[in-house]
Design a protein around this ligand. Sequence first.
Ligand code: TXA
Ligand code: MG
Length: 350
Amino acid sequence: MKTEILKMELNDVDKEKLRFAAEVLRGGGLVAFPTETVYGLGADALNENAVKKIFEAKGRPSDNPLIVHITGKEWADSLTASVPPAAEILMDRFWPGPLTLVLQKSDKVPGAITAGLSTVGLRAPAHPVALALIREAGIPIAAPSANISGRPSPTTPKHVIDDLYGKVDVIIDGGCSKVGVESTVLDVTVTPPMILRPGGVSYEQLLDVLGDVAIDPSLLKKSSENFVPKAPGMKYKHYSPKADVIVVEGETEKVVRKINSLIEEYKKSNTSVGVLSTDQTKMLYGDVPVISLGDRLKPETIAANLFKAFRDFDDIGIEVILAEAINNQGIGLAVMNRMKKAAGYNIIKV
Ligand code: TXA
Ligand code: MG
């Protein structure tokens, strides 16, 4: 398939390119586009055939439902059976933004989107190109992250091109994604609402608005114990670089010492090792490739760089990534969820 790459400026979205991409979507084609969290792979959410193409291009299991992207709450009525008051409050507070609300679906939403579930995930992305594209197309856009299934979500146009060039009609280049981890998936069909996937909107932010928020117990597990997550997508080994990932958790000084001793061990077996560190610790490691994810005290910076770092280590052929854990607060909960999943829950506590 011929893939058209369209570069778009954030503050001056090219009308002609936008019209072209919107036309492709309306015609049942696939368009990868930037959002504030990660790049999405879009298709007309109301066209079952178009939606099927998404699953094919990504190699995605068909039991994993897709998020429907809209411009705002004006779409909620036609796509859902009912909007509980809590959902309305959350839309007003966090949309457009990195929050996906799981609601009872209306008959309009095809089963191919929801993997046969009676619910649908809705989100209005806070990205000028994404919003302009959905508005121009005039239809809701189904969009999973624009990566091959199982790989880290794409946060740069290069990541999308690496995974999907030749498999989709259009890739829109809108620069790097700011948030860097995917949206928070919140089930608002239950009371209190339950976080199914931690993401760009934090538990603390939701608690502040709702007063009570549950977290899917499978997210709090400390090892690969058998909890079945409620968001179907969360059960797959995800976000993983080709390298093995080991997370080291504990007091920072001890973590650094442990990682250095692991580096020495791996050297003996000629295994190539890379370290995922933070600005505070990046100079403390021996003679191996080290990527700093950002400031330990600003988890937003770490979230923004995590998936790119996984891919950068793959590009230089690293076999084992030793990753420092960070604090679970704020967006740190999403960072640690992605890191632990990438590690297959291979966590060393010191
Ligand atoms: O930030 C994001 O959410 C990105 C951008 C492109 O918007 N999209 C994204 O989509 O991460 P995807 O398909 O990679 O992840 C969607 C997650 C999966 O874990 C899926 O199982 C869950 O949301 N999900 C979608 N609809 C659901 C539903 N009705 N009930 C429960 N979980 C749902
Ligand atoms: Mg994904």
